[in-house]
Design a protein around this ligand. Structure first.
Ligand code: FE2
Length: 147
């Protein structure tokens, strides 16, 4: 990747993370107070931090951060159930992890690298959480169906 391609890749991620903030906002809206909702707040906050991280990365490479947002939030909102929404959120976050890996394989400034590594780590943790919730909800649904 040349510098322009790295900037474009970061901006693509930035547009995804902006949508991620909106997904966090959307999901927490209907969630009752408690640990589950608290974790959605964490995801929302992580996505906002990721936006800042990527903006810094774009500037460090001499680029201009995109002001756009992709359509991920609309895709999540279009799904009828929380299970499906969390499942898509997990897959969306995993897509981000793979995109970060591509950037980490390139030569990038050290401070950008370390922030992207942290961002990757938080995304992996959040993917695991989403997948756990999906598995629990599916198990509960099956239990209800059989009793
Ligand atoms: Fe994200």
């Amino acid at each position: 990747m040349d510098t322009q391609e790295k900037i474009a890749a970061l901006n693509e991620l930035l547009e995804a993370e902006r949508a991620g903030v909106e997904v966090g906002t959307l999901l927490k809206k209907n969630a009752p107070k408690g640990y589950f909702r608290n974790y959605l707040l964490k995801i929302e906050a992580d996505e906002a931090v990721s936006c800042a991280v990527i903006e810094r990365g774009v500037r460090a490479l001499g680029g201009e951060p995109s002001k756009g947002q992709n359509d991920f939030a609309e895709k999540v909102a279009a799904l009828p159930t929380l299970i499906e929404r969390l499942d898509l959120l997990a897959r969306g976050q995993w897509w981000v992890v793979k995109r970060i890996d591509k950037l980490l394989a390139e030569e990038i400034p050290a401070e950008v690298r370390s922030e992207l590594e942290e961002m990757r780590h938080e995304h992996v943790v959040n993917v695991d959480w989403c997948n756990e919730q999906v598995a629990e909800m599916k198990a509960e649904a099956e239990e209800t169906a059989t009793t």
